[in-house]
Write a protein that binds this ligand. Structure first.
Ligand SMILES: COc1ccc2cc(-c3cnc(C(=O)NCC(=O)O)c(O)c3)ccc2c1
Ligand SMILES: [Mn+2]
Length: 249
């Protein structure tokens, strides 16, 4: 699952990107999950972290809070404790986040071209969401087991870049646990949200996952990549539902 990538300075070297793409394709085909460590290198990684911390300090994050009153006494149990901000990477105060996004794009679009005549895992990736910068505040915030794309909304790959220096799961929690489908609970993928780690996994029901309670501030940047066909069908469905709702008013 782990493929160490060489230091950043060679990153733009064609055959290094090529090699990384082959690892991503191999791991996605074999496990549906892929981890690339030292993705940007320490200097660039810290520059991205600096921009995220600045955003947090400026109060840019909004509660991603989804709550449900599941407790008997109607107490509100949080489903999701993260705070989020959407970034397209062109903002002048986010040029390092913008560079991270372009590097992840490079890997995904190259992988998309390389195998299965222009598809990765039978997908044809033609777009993505903006970057979701997420902060789990250290107060035991967590995210219950969920599937990112349970109903074919077009997202096929979840890509998460972690920013947490000297993160120790034993002390700080915040482990991402993926329960790959058909693993009958005995095989899980435990991903520590460590600094400069890039993670890919299929966004659909193949990868239910949870974020275990975090006891220190935990930062991550997520991009979801779209499969052209699934996205087009989802938008068509959405358009039809919208028209139905409008006509029934
Ligand atoms: C309707 O608007 C929104 C806006 C943002 C949303 C973000 C998530 C989400 C999904 N997954 C994770 C996750 O699995 N993180 C794993 C990790 O950090 O290691 C996460 O942090 C956040 C879900 C629904 C949303 C709906
Ligand atoms: Mn998720």
């Amino acid at each position: 699952l782990h493929s160490d990538s060489p230091p950043f300075l060679h990153k733009n070297n064609e055959d290094v990107v090529e090699e990384m793409c082959r690892n991503v394709i191999r791991d996605m085909d074999t496990y549906g999950v892929c981890v690339v460590d030292n993705f940007l290198g320490e200097e660039r990684g810290k520059a991205v972290l600096g921009e995220v911390i600045d955003m947090h300090t400026k109060g840019v994050f909004r509660d991603g809070q989804l709550v449900s009153s599941t407790g008997r006494h109607g107490d509100l149990k949080t489903i999701r404790g993260d705070q989020i901000a959407w970034i397209d990477g062109k903002e002048k105060s986010c040029k390092n986040i913008g560079h991270l996004i372009s590097q992840v794009d490079l890997v995904i679009m190259r992988a998309n071209k390389m195998l299965n005549n222009g598809k990765i895992g039978q997908y044809n990736i033609n777009g993505r969401t903006k970057a979701m910068v997420a902060c789990y505040p250290g107060s035991g915030s967590h995210y219950v087991k969920h599937v990112d794309n349970p109903n074919r909304d077009g997202r096929c790959i979840t890509s998460i870049y972690y920013l947490n220096l000297q993160w120790d799961v034993k002390r700080s929690g915040g482990l991402l646990r993926i329960f790959p489908e058909g693993s009958r609970g005995d095989k899980v993928a435990d991903i520590e949200p460590i600094f400069d780690r890039l993670l890919f996994f299929w966004s659909d029901r193949r990868n239910p996952h949870e974020v275990q309670p975090a006891y220190h501030t935990r930062y991550a940047i997520t991009l979801w990549f779209f499969d052209a066909l699934e996205r087009e069908e989802a938008c068509r469905r959405y358009e039809k539902e919208r028209k139905l709702q409008l006509s029934s008013k």
